[in-house]
Design a protein around this ligand. Structure first.
Ligand code: URA
Length: 207
């Protein structure tokens, strides 16, 4: 599995805002949007393109369009905080949704929504989930996407734990991970340390 850690001063600043427990919800959302933009920019580097002929006001020239219709898949809830950045960068992408809740005793994901195209073969797929912790949720989503034909799915996460990366790697799935940080590890309640807390609660508020 290819792992790309985005090393950029603006990414580091946005990540610091996200980590800071004093950052209010609105500031958290803005920093997440900014950082997601940088991560998705990198995650889409290999998107297939096709040449198009266009006219500038001065001459005919060759331009570029995306060759396929990408599919962006936020893992609900927290992945929704990254979706506006994907929409801004790839306006023609189709959005699909996977809703997973974490059982707080087993830390295993339970599924409450799967709204994903039946056939993903040949389509570039981005999976958006800000926290790659145990990898359980991401793996569940990735297996569903692979069962529907997705290959080379790019997982876009803000903070990743070594345990989650190892779980994705051991799956043998054809995937790439783009992340802003690899943290120390998980605590005994499977939160990433130092991490940034519960991403969904910090975006939407605790329910
Ligand atoms: N999910 C989160 O939102 N934060 C963590 O640290 C782990 C899982």
């Amino acid at each position: 599995m290819q792992v790309d850690v985005i090393d950029h001063p603006l990414a580091a600043v946005a990540l610091t805002v996200l980590r800071d427990e004093k950052t209010p919800r609105v500031g958290f959302r803005v920093a997440l949007h900014d950082l997601a933009t940088m991560l998705i920019y990198e995650a889409t580097r290999e998107l297939p393109t096709a040449a198009v002929r266009i006219r500038t006001p001065l001459a005919e020239t060759t331009g570029t369009r995306l060759a396929g219709e990408p599919v962006v898949v936020p893992v609900l809830r927290a992945g929704l905080g990254m979706l506006p950045a994907a929409h801004a960068l790839v306006p023609d992408a189709v959005s699909a949704f996977i809703g997973l809740a974490r059982d707080e005793t087993t830390f295993q994901p339970t599924v409450y929504l799967e709204s994903v195209p039946a056939d993903l073969s040949g389509r570039p797929v981005l999976l958006l989930d800000p926290m790659l912790a145990t990898g359980g949720s991401a793996l569940h989503a990735l297996r569903l996407l692979a069962d529907r034909g997705a290959r080379g799915t790019v997982v876009v996460s803000v903070v990743s734990a070594p345990e989650g990366i190892a779980a994705l790697d051991a799956s043998g799935l054809d995937i790439r991970l783009v992340t802003a940080a690899i943290d120390e590890g998980l605590n005994d309640t499977a939160y990433i340390v130092p991490g940034l807390g519960d991403a969904g609660d910090r975006i939407f508020g605790a329910v």
